[in-house]
Design a protein around this ligand. Structure first.
Ligand code: NAD
Length: 470
């Protein structure tokens, strides 16, 4: 069977990193192998009454930790190969940010942007029932989440289907993450991947040594950015880069074309325009280009591909002008493209690290669902009392008094969302420093190899310590 370019790229990155590892070949082979796959075909009634037979997949890449975890992708182009490659990336991603799960991924061959909500609901509920039938879903088995073409709505349907079919499950909503808030979702999960992308970029752009070959100054503020894909990840990454980082978003590419404005685009306004008109065309105050791929080759500091894989290949890599490429999507640069970019000294922030914020906050959502209590409930009153005492002590020692507004601001306890965001920030920063350590202490030439090596050895160590081999 000939493997897809994406699958081959992931394998190439794995093998390149594994060469730096001292773990035995057989164990490394087990780390790389996909442990289980479920391939299914099922009928769904279309809106016109006809029957459509859909092909779908779930790949559970690694059982070194349970549950396995990974998003569900809705796209006509989804294949088993792609699903397995994405599942393996999930294993390495979880290992890198120390989320105690194995990796998984799901895919359904359906175009979510053309189908009606009714059809998508029937597809999602049937797909969930299929996963239940083969034990490929459950709070301690395998926990899906959103990916390309799916979001809160689909996760809500999955949770509801699971809950109604698994009556004895004590925490049925822990079977899936990225749910709506009203169904035990977590504030901050929807934005988490894009927010994590921003935290990752911010941390990397503080590293002056890493930036040296690019000639860029440190810091996000004032950097000119092009983003590809204005979906969940792309929109939130662009939003936080602009709002919290002070970056200038000069280009936004979608599949119908792209917008360009060297003075900067208002990300929120562009998003609103596209949501309302279903297209980027006719957005006021920006040039519209029909060839959105060409937009990626324009002059900028930072390119953020946030749509799909294999966007930058040997064909267009020589023309990419960005000095840093931040892989918000999974696998946007294939191995041919990477080789050229590495030679040209372009800094690549690998997907494995950069978009791990989604699974990190999914882990928090799962913990909350299992515990049955929100993160702020147990600590907020206590924090408030501690801060009140501290403020009183400051007033006593300084002889000054705060006015009511200042005092309230100082003693305000963090809500659940700010607890989640702070933990995400810490996770991304810590993982970056871990990467930096591997890079320097093991003399590894690039961040992607460091990320793969770190993840591979984490999984290998866990297999070794738990003695899973009979
Ligand atoms: P999404 O469906 O919300 O958005 C994807 C966007 O990309 C859509 O607006 C689509 O129109 C656009 N797009 C598709 N083809 C394009 C093209 N050729 N040029 C320009 N734009 C194009 O999907 P998402 O959840 O944002 O996922 C995007 C990427 O991020 C995927 O690679 C996914 O695997 C990865 N990812 C997602 C999450 C998550 O939490 N959703 C987590 C980690 C990684």
């Amino acid at each position: 069977m000939s493997r897809s370019a994406f699958f081959q790229s992931v394998n190439h990155y794995f093998n390149r990193a594994a060469r730096h590892s001292k773990y035995p070949k057989g164990l490394l082979e087990q780390v790389r192998a996909c442990n289980a796959v479920y391939r299914m075909r099922f009928p769904v009634r279309a809106d016109d009454g006809t029957i459509k037979v859909l092909e779908a997949f779930r790949a559970e890449h690694s059982f070194h930790r349970l549950p396995t975890k990974g998003g569900i992708r809705y796209s006509e182009k989804v294949t088993l190969d792609e699903t397995i490659a994405l599942a393996s990336l999930m294993t390495y991603k979880c290992a890198l940010v120390e989320v105690p799960f194995g990796g998984a991924k799901g895919g359904v061959q359906v175009n979510p942007f053309a189908a009606s909500p009714g059809f998508l609901e029937r597809v999602t509920r049937r797909y969930t029932a299929e996963l239940i039938r083969k034990n490929f879903i459950g709070p301690d088995i395998d926990v899906p989440a959103p990916d390309y073409g799916t979001g809160e709505r689909e996760m809500g349907w999955i949770a509801d289907t699971y809950k109604s079919l698994r009556l004895n499950e004590p925490h049925p909503f822990a079977c899936v993450t990225g749910k709506p808030l009203a169904m035990q979702g977590l504030p901050g999960r929807k934005e988490a991947t894009g927010r994590g992308v921003f935290y990752g970029i911010r941390t990397a752009l503080e590293d002056s040594e890493l930036l040296k070959p690019t000639g860029l100054s440190t810091g996000v503020a004032g950097k000119r950015v092009i983003v590809q894909g204005l979906g969940n990840v792309g929109y939130h990454a662009a939003y936080f880069l602009q709002k919290e980082g002070g970056a200038i978003i000069v280009g936004i590419a979608e599949y119908e074309g792209g917008l360009w404005n060297p003075d900067g685009l208002d990300v929120e306004a562009v998003f609103k325009h596209r949501r309302e008109t279903k297209s980027l065309t006719e957005f006021p105050g920006a040039e519209f280009h029909h060839d959105s791929k060409e937009l990626l080759e324009r002059e900028c500091d930072l390119l953020v591909p946030a749509a799909l894989e294999d966007v930058i290949t040997a064909e267009n890599a020589p023309r990419i002008q960005a000095k840093v490429i931040a892989e918000a999507a999974n696998g946007p640069i294939d191995k041919g493209g990477e080789e050229i970019l590495l030679k040209r000294g372009v800094l690549m922030l690998p997907d494995l690290y950069l978009n791990a914020g989604g699974v990190t906050v999914s882990y928090f959502e799962w913990l909350k669902n299992k515990a049955g209590v929100s993160f702020d409930r147990m600590i907020s009153r206590r924090e408030e009392l501690m801060k009140r005492e501290l403020v009183q002590e400051i007033e006593r020692l300084t002889g000054k008094t705060f006015d009511d507004e200042q005092r309230e601001h100082l003693i305000l306890a963090p809500g659940e969302e700010s607890i989640v965001n702070a933990a995400l920030d810490q996770t991304m920063t810590r993982a970056y420093h871990k990467l930096g350590h591997v890079l320097k202490s093991r003399d590894i030439p690039d961040l992607r190899t460091a990320a793969f090596l770190s993840a591979i050895e984490h999984v290998a160590a866990s297999y070794e310590h738990h003695g899973i081999f009979p």
